[in-house]
Write a protein that binds this ligand. Structure first.
Ligand SMILES: [Zn+2]
Length: 188
């Protein structure tokens, strides 16, 4: 479990939710696709990414969960894709096509990229400024799970069942750095 917050829940009426109207597409059904933004609610976590839940305006069904890492480091994303389909989320039939659609928008719309990053900071600031907000309970619970997981207290949990969360923590960063350094060493 990871504590995500819906941007619209914290900032209702911001009118900044993106819709993508698809009229005719070889892959995707004609629909209006709503990109609902969710962000990690832990003010102490610096994961620097947005989670975009693609919802059909027609059926209101969740069709895909696409994550976008602000820092385009291929080592930080599955399959070196950014944005990418959240591996721990259940994805709909059209998820790959929707990922491509979202990727196209992100690539071509610098203002949208900036907006996502601004929203990320809005959420972090809000959570830091509201220590009594209900969401902090979920954040604390999530930290406990992750700590237990990291220290191996949670028995019988393999990596495949690790709780889904942005892969952002200092430990992960250190590991990646070590891997990079050892790759460099191997090349010498
Ligand atoms: Zn985070």
């Amino acid at each position: 479990m990871t504590a995500y917050v819906d941007y619209e829940d914290l900032f209702p009426g911001s009118q900044e939710t993106r819709h993508l109207q698809v009229l005719s597409d070889p892959v995707l059904p004609a629909d209006k696709y709503v990109l609902e933004e969710r962000y990690c609610a832990d003010p102490a976590c610096d994961c620097r990414r947005a989670r975009l839940e693609v919802v059909s305006a027609r059926t209101r069904r969740l069709l895909a969960v696409v994550c976008y890492a602000f820092d385009d480091d291929p080592a930080e994303t599955p399959d070196e894709q950014n944005p990418y389909l959240e591996p721990m989320a259940s994805q709909g039939r059209h998820a790959p096509g929707l990922r491509d659609l979202v990727a196209h928008v992100i690539e071509n719309d610098a203002a949208y990229r900036k907006r996502l990053e601004r929203h990320y900071h809005d959420v972090k600031r809000f959570m830091a400024d509201h220590p009594d907000h209900d969401l902090h309970r979920a954040v604390s619970a999530d930290r406990r799970v992750m700590t237990a997981f990291a220290t191996g207290i949670v028995e019988g949990l393999g990596p495949a069942t690790a709780p889904s969360r942005p892969r952002d923590h200092a430990m992960e960063r250190r590991k990646r750095k070590q891997r990079r350094q050892s790759r460099k060493r191997n090349r010498r």
